[in-house]
Design a binder for this molecule. Structure first.
Ligand code: BDR
Ligand code: CA
Length: 313
């Protein structure tokens, strides 16, 4: 096997964030340099604890976890307890974390790591609002040229919004941060709702997590069971979308996904459309492409990869 790919996960756990972290920790192709936490699904005081709970669940108390921004760049924080529950990880009770929280701010860790590692060698996986990444890019514009790629879960086009009719949650919470990231000139891979809404935890897929017979399998089943109630009711779908693990799955097996290299702009000033990802899917604007915008996934392939990897923990 070639050298594992160095990544940093920026996250607001969130049950689906937690599954993404587990997938990364279970995958030998990935070298997780650290986890940076941001306010999003729940406030920062919870996301930084949740990330450590997940590492301990995976038997990895050695992972470096950093706390970052506790609010968006210019707006009041919007959270999503209506989906993820009061703790962000409702559905399974995990013990309070014992592993330490690192002292540095998440943005400083991002800057220091990107300046230390060879240019292009670090991938950022962003699965929450983009406040930490934007803060790092603002403080140290030189890091943009050193980031290998940003793979993020966020946005929506054909699938429209989940927090407003036009906007997906991660982008809506901090559109100014998203505009900085999408405008940074860094290679971007975007997993919008268009693709994550095809990665549904149906009853047989949930049963497969439970059938692993491990603590990890039981916990992932309990988490997905919890947040399913919301999405099933909202979309009348056979299961909830497992958004954030699509980013890690793309790193492991990009062939499971299809998409287009297109221009994507972030609406920051809309009356009804703030946080919308204006995706030029039909290439009608002539604006240069700045992202690989994913549109489809082999859902069975995705779930067999995920379930097999979780079985290793
Ligand atoms: C995104 O928002 C959060 O609720 C999920 O964790 C995911 O990152 C989906 O819109
Ligand atoms: Ca998330």
């Amino acid at each position: 096997m070639s050298q594992p790919r160095k990544i940093i996960i920026d996250t607001d756990p969130g049950q689906d964030d937690a599954v993404a972290i587990l997938l990364a920790l279970a995958s030998p192709e990935i070298d997780l340099l650290g986890i940076t936490c941001v306010a999003g699904n729940v406030p920062l005081a919870l996301t930084r604890d949740n990330a450590r709970k997940v590492c301990e669940l995976a038997g990895r108390p050695d992972v470096k976890v950093f706390a970052g921004c506790d609010r968006p760049l210019e707006r009041a924080l919007v959270t999503a307890e209506h989906v993820h529950g009061k703790t962000g990880l409702d559905g399974a009770d995990l013990p309070a974390p014992k592993m330490p929280l690192q002292g540095a701010h998440a943005a400083d860790f991002l800057i220091e790591t990107l300046r230390r590692e060879p240019p292009g060698s670090v991938t950022l996986v962003a699965i929450g609002p983009l406040t930490n990444l934007a803060t790092a890019l603002r403080r140290a514009p030189d890091i943009a040229a050193r980031i290998g790629r940003i793979v993020l879960m966020g946005g929506a086009y054909f699938e429209v919004g989940n927090i407003t009719p036009a906007a997906e949650f991660n982008i809506y919470v901090d559109p100014e941060a998203a505009a900085i990231v999408f405008g940074a000139g860094v290679p971007l891979v975007v997993a919008p709702l268009d693709v994550t809404h095809k990665a549904l935890v149906t009853a047989p897929r949930l049963a497969a997590f439970r059938a692993l017979g491990t603590e990890v399998g039981a916990t992932v089943a309990a988490w997905t069971d919890f947040f399913e109630r919301f999405d099933k009711e909202k979309y009348a779908s056979p299961g909830a979308p497992l958004h954030d693990p699509c980013t890690i799955a793309w790193l492991l097996h990009p062939d499971l996904f299809t998409g287009r290299e297109i221009n994507v702009e972030i609406e920051t000033a809309g009356t009804h459309t703030t946080g919308m990802t204006v995706a030029d899917w039909w290439r009608v604007t002539g604006r240069p492409a700045n992202a690989l915008f994913l549109g489809d996934v082999d859902a069975d392939g995705f779930f067999s990869l995920l379930t097999e990897r979780l079985s290793r923990l």
